[in-house]
Write a protein that binds this ligand. Structure first.
Ligand code: SAM
Length: 258
């Protein structure tokens, strides 16, 4: 992707300390040799899908202004949105039903949706265009890259992960997005007072998520009464879960300190 004024370079790599021990600085995501401090989880399936002609046309009109491929450049969110406002990241927005509803319900926030599935993003772009929603930007690619490279530490007011893929088979659990390293990374990107909101319809994954989130020292579990939470719109995936009678678990944490 060509560099745009929206992106800031992370700066040159400092090779001087290549032999320094890999002690992470606050907010640092790679060690002195450039290796990831958070082991990489590939949490998504590779899914193909063509865009309809109308979706492609909408994509072509809007992508240059409100879409970007995931990169390793720091994002300058205020300049991309054209205003400085509380920044919320939605991870795995799917077809964007909840994204659009949240953006309309919370016009005072800048909402960024990251998703790997292009047809899902295309549906969201169509809805943004149809409903003239001004406060959404979309990123295509792996949310782990967004968190590690594009988001400034202590910069997010909220992170929302609705119905992450549960990877139900034990041998696939390692592919789950929400594990301890991801919680640590999310916590490092939240501002003090920022909120992480997760919803899942998978009971066993809910338990694993709760355990990992509760073990993250920078986060504290919040209940529904917290004034920091928002009303979550029903997502497309949740609609399907309701149809088969699955119970939904909501998990909410606040970042207590820097
Ligand atoms: C079960 S769907 C839920 C979609 C939507 N949140 C909903 O509730 O309708 C999970 C979504 O997360 C996306 N996803 C999984 N891992 C991801 C990652 N690392 N980065 C971006 N998107 C991811 C998948 O492509 C998929 O669309």
């Amino acid at each position: 992707m060509p560099e745009t004024p929206l992106m800031r370079d992370n700066g040159p790599v400092n090779h001087a300390d290549q032999d320094a021990p890999a002690v992470p600085e606050e907010g640092q995501t790679k060690d002195s040799k450039g290796s990831r401090l958070h082991p990489r989880v590939t949490s998504f399936r590779s899914r193909r899908g063509a865009l309809t002609v109308a979706q492609q046309e909408s994509w072509d009109r809007q992508w240059p202004r409100i879409g970007a491929d995931v990169s390793d450049h720091r994002l300058d969110a205020p300049s991309w949105f054209g205003r400085d406002a509380p920044l919320i990241l939605e991870i795995g927005s799917g077809t964007g039903t909840a994204t659009a509803a949240m953006a309309k319900a919370e016009p005072h926030v800048n909402l960024m949706a990251v998703e790997v599935y292009r047809p899902g993003l295309a549906q969201l772009l169509q809805q943004i265009e149809r409903d003239e929603i001004p406060n959404i930007r979309v990123l295509r690619g792996d949310a782990m890259d967004v968190l590690e490279n594009m988001i400034e530490p202590e910069s997010l007011t909220g992170v929302r992960v609705f119905f992450p893929d549960p990877w139900p088979k034990a041998r696939h659990h390692k592919r789950r997005l929400l594990q301890s390293p991801t919680f640590a990374l999310i916590a490092s990107r939240l501002k003090a007072g920022g909120v992480l909101h997760v919803a899942t319809d998978h009971a066993e994954y809910a338990e694993a998520i709760a355990e990992a989130g509760n073990a993250e020292p920078l986060l504290t579990s919040l209940d529904w009464e917290s004034p920091m939470t928002h009303e979550r719109p029903v997502t497309k995936f949740e609609d399907k879960a309701h149809q088969v009678g699955s119970a939904i678990t909501e998990l909410i944490w606040g970042k207590i300190r820097s």
